[in-house]
Design a protein around this ligand. Structure first.
Ligand code: THU
Length: 137
């Protein structure tokens, strides 16, 4: 069965409930659909040494690469977040945008705006002029 956005949303919400967001209390869940048709999830995992914390999106990418290997391509990635029990706006951070583009410049990214609506963008729209090695990339 094809994976639709409501299945991705459900997967991201389940991931968010696993978040280790002890310091920010900002819980993030990501669900990633690969070109191969499988879904991988990630949540944010914080650390007492703050910069060591990991974002949900990059944890989902790591899970997908672990299973599908270096040829893994992102088709769709949905991000959702909660703060104090309420749905919170969460657009992928700059580092996550670069990581998403790595595995799918034409991937579709869905995320919440301040009103809780799901916005839909391409990865390239989210990070125009992303870093690369030019013709060596
Ligand atoms: N966070 C994510 O998981 N993804 C993003 O794209 C933005 C921020 C996490 C990091 C940290 O655990 C918490 O949200 C607050 O910044």
């Amino acid at each position: 069965m094809a994976v639709d956005d409501s299945a991705l949303l459900q997967a991201a919400e389940a991931a968010l409930r696993q978040a280790y967001a002890r310091y920010s209390r900002f819980r993030v869940g990501a669900a990633l659909l690969t070109a191969g048709g499988r879904v991988y999830r990630g949540c944010n995992v914080e650390s007492i040494s703050f910069p060591v914390g990991q974002c949900a999106e990059r944890n989902a990418i790591a899970a997908a690469v672990l299973e599908e290997g270096p040829a893994m391509r992102i088709a769709r990635l949905l991000v959702t977040a909660e703060y104090r029990g309420q749905v919170a706006a969460c657009t992928p951070c700059g580092a996550c945008r670069q990581a998403i583009v790595e595995f799918g410049a034409d991937a579709t990214v869905l995320f919440r705006d301040a009103g809780g609506a799901l916005l839909v963008r391409s990865a390239a729209e989210l990070l125009p002029s992303s870093f690369g090695f030019g013709d060596k990339g």
